[in-house]
Design a protein around this ligand. Structure first.
Ligand code: GDP
Length: 140
């Protein structure tokens, strides 16, 4: 197994409800290290660039507005198979389908307001990390 890095975002529904610490405890308990982290307020345009892959989807506008509706915590998680492990800890996109104990099962409010984002592949992880962090900010 390889050591990987992946981008994680704690979304506005979770920062609004003061869940940052509880969510990050789940990552750390799963063996993922938070090697970079910041709390930022996105504009709808910045959220739109980040989610450009979903531009044609009917929920794109709603998603961009939601991501800009309150601060988010962007962070880089590192560990063995971090990309898959993060998604396992997050749970399925729709909380109704998420396995018990996962972040989305415990905290997500809906398929849209689902508390966390995680990169889905090595290429997207590299691009998403570079969107928010410079190399100097990845401190290990
Ligand atoms: P993820 O990789 O599990 O986050 O899921 P996707 O890449 O399929 O979708 C990206 C994000 O778009 C999700 O995490 C949701 O916030 C949002 N999203 C996905 N499907 C829907 C939907 O049917 N309605 C709404 N409002 N948002 C959605």
């Amino acid at each position: 197994m390889a050591i990987e890095r992946t981008l994680s975002i704690i979304k506005p529904d979770a920062t609004n409800r003061n869940l940052t610490g509880k969510i990050n405890a789940k990552f750390e308990e799963a063996g993922l290290r938070i090697i970079a982290q910041k709390r930022i307020q996105l504009t709808p345009a910045q959220a739109g660039v980040f989610y450009a892959v979903h531009k044609e989807r009917p929920f794109y506008g709603e998603l961009c507005e939601f991501m800009a509706s309150a601060p988010v915590v962007v962070q880089v998680l590192e560990g063995e198979s971090a990309i898959a492990k993060n998604r396992e800890v997050m749970g399925a996109t729709n909380p109704a389908d998420a396995a018990p104990g996962t972040i989305r099962a415990e905290f997500a409010e809906s398929v849209g307001e689902n508390s966390v984002h995680g990169s889905d592949a090595p290429e997207t992880a590299a691009a998403e990390i570079a969107y928010f962090f410079s190399g100097l900010e990845l401190v290990g």
